[in-house]
Design a protein around this ligand. Structure first.
Ligand code: ATP
Length: 263
């Protein structure tokens, strides 16, 4: 479903600020694979997600989604196949629009025309049914402004909205990092639910070692623009956070932040 072949990206090449963010990434994800991504600071985790989403064009290599080469396709043209949730709960939703208006816009994403942010009775019912799944009572607050919701509620809504265009790929960039532990747990559970329900091929960046082991069926560790460790489902089931930290410990000069050390 997602094939990344020898992807390379260097920022500010041939200058004193040169950063080799990706140095030959190869990743093949089958439909429904859920890969957690961990790594030191500056390892290239966000850069690889940006490359898949089309925010960045790699210098070399290719990205294929469902067999189609999207390497040089503009981000808005691949948007309907790729859902994304960011760390910042305010990033995925518009605060001054209501819950139902936000959902209507998400539904329109990837469709050229024909749908607007206005909400008909029929569509309202669909939104209500979707919101019930979150178990946050948002189905009774369809006309509330999204800016009034808590961070956890907004992330849950962003996650739901990310699936509206019928994406094949879901990219999660530390989407639970800004939440308190109980909200993070809730959004993690919803993530597993949403991924399973839509059989989404998923990459989830996290600094939380327990979470990286708890969810998904594969794990990769990145450092310095490379994948330096890959675990399959069986290896992942046997590994502990201490094992992952020990792997980090083997990397000379790797900077691992406090969040990672404490997780
Ligand atoms: N737009 C950019 N311009 C210049 N350099 C960049 C840009 N984006 C990323 N970099 C550099 O590329 C490298 C990889 O960055 P990236 O954000 O992908 O790392 P990361 O693994 O997500 O790190 P973190 O966990 O700290 O967020 C870093 O050295 C970073 O400074």
């Amino acid at each position: 479903m997602l094939e990344i072949h020898d992807v390379r990206k260097t920022f500010f090449p041939n200058t004193v600020n040169e950063r080799r963010a990706l140095q030959g990434i190869d990743l093949h994800l089958a439909e429904g694979d859920f890969v957690t991504v961990i790594g030191s600071n500056g390892a290239g985790k966000s850069t690889i997600l940006n490359t898949i989403a089309g925010k960045l064009t790699p210098d070399a290599g290719s990205v294929r989604v469902a067999g189609k080469d999207v390497t040089r396709m503009a981000d808005h043209r691949r948007a309907r196949w790729i859902g994304r949730v960011f760390q910042d709960p305010t990033a995925g939703t518009a605060p001054n629009l209501t819950i139902e208006e936000n959902m209507a816009l998400a539904l329109r994403r990837g469709h050229a025309r024909g749908l607007s942010r206005s909400v008909s009775g029929g569509r309202r019912e669909v939104f209500r049914r979707e919101l019930v799944k979150l178990e946050l009572g948002l189905e009774d607050r369809l006309t509330a402004k999204v800016g009034l919701l808590s961070g956890g509620q907004r992330q849950a809504l962003s996650l739901l909205m990310a699936t509206f265009s019928g994406p094949k790929i879901l990219l999660l960039d530390e989407h639970t990092a800004a939440l308190d532990p109980s909200r993070a747990e809730l959004v993690t559970r919803l993530t597993e639910q949403v991924v399973a329900e839509h059989a989404l091929t998923t990459l989830m960046v996290t600094h939380n070692m327990s979470q990286a082991l708890q969810v998904g069926n594969r794990l990769i560790m990145m450092h310095d623009g490379r994948v330096i460790l890959e675990l399959d489902a069986e290896q992942k089931a046997r590994a502990t956070p201490a094992d992952l930290l020990a792997e980090f410990g083997k990397i000379k000069g790797a900077v691992v932040d406090d969040k990672t050390m404490l997780s």
